[in-house]
Design a protein around this ligand. Structure first.
Ligand SMILES: Nc1ncnc2c1ncn2[C@@H]1O[C@H](COP(=O)(O)OP(=O)(O)OP(=O)(O)O)[C@@H](O)[C@H]1O
Ligand SMILES: [Mg+2]
Length: 225
């Protein structure tokens, strides 16, 4: 099986404000095959799901262990990590992280910076998430579901290999959650793989495979739903 990514013997500690050191991961292993469409990342609040996604995204290089993406070991310097992220990975953050002072279009364009034909790609991405015609709207005037679609458009605008979605439906009602899951399924059909951190059993059940951060490691999860 060819791997999209492999994380091995991951160790991560963080320093608390009082100076004490807390262990988040102690020897975590994780692999995602190139053929896998979606994996749900489960675990209690504070178990380290966001932390793991940030490491996979190349936003956090402060760890021990190895991380190989499409056969290439990731370097620990910030510049190559930013290149890696830009080239391969779309991130949908836990709080959407939209730029409030800007329109829908500007927010998506932000994800397309440095690419050829950013305007065309932005129009295409907004169409893909069902927000065509909404480009000029201020993001402060959107519903939660619409804001999530803007965050998705910004993640797909560069045509990534992998999307990391952190609690993508945490603030949405069930119907809107279903809409977002439908959108994810169509993006998976177009060849994008997903890792989705979630507390929602519905989202977990929609994924091909489920893993849980538990006791500072990652274990397979069965019997969801
Ligand atoms: N930069 C940091 N400095 C100090 N502590 C941190 C840092 N980042 C994360 N932590 C701590 O690491 C632990 C894991 O946090 P993380 O956000 O990854 O959890 P989570 O599984 O995503 O939780 P939730 O389900 O609530 O989103 C938490 O206890 C958090 O306080
Ligand atoms: Mg989190």
């Amino acid at each position: 099986m060819t791997e999209l990514l492999t994380v091995q013997s991951l160790k991560k500690t963080v320093r608390e404000p009082d100076g004490s050191v807390r262990r988040i991961f102690k020897g975590l292993d994780f692999a995602m095959g190139s053929h896998e469409r979606s994996i749900a990342l489960l675990g209690r609040s504070g178990s380290g799901k966001t932390t793991l996604l940030r490491i996979i995204a190349g936003l956090d290089a402060h760890y021990e262990g190895s991380y190989v993406f499409q056969g290439t070991a990731l370097p620990r310097r910030l510049d190559p990590l930013a290149d890696h992220r830009r080239a391969h990975i779309g991130l949908i953050a836990q709080s959407y992280d939209l730029l409030d002072d800007f329109t829908v279009e500007r927010n998506v364009l932000f994800g397309a910076r440095g690419l050829a034909q950013p305007q065309e790609r932005t129009v295409e991405a907004l169409e893909a998430v069902g927000l065509q015609g909404m480009g000029k709207k201020s993001v402060t005037k959107l519903s939660g579901g619409e804001a999530q679609r803007v965050a998705i458009a910004r993640a797909i605008v560069k045509r990534p290999t992998l999307i990391l979605a952190d609690e993508p439906t945490g603030a949405l009602d069930e119907d809107t959650e279903d809409d977002i899951l439908g959108l994810f399924a169509s993006l998976q059909d177009s060849g994008i793989s997903f890792i989705i951190a979630t507390h929602s059993p519905r989202v977990a059940a929609s994924c091909d495979r489920r893993v849980v951060v538990s006791d500072h490691r990652l274990v397979d999860h069965v019997n969801v739903g």
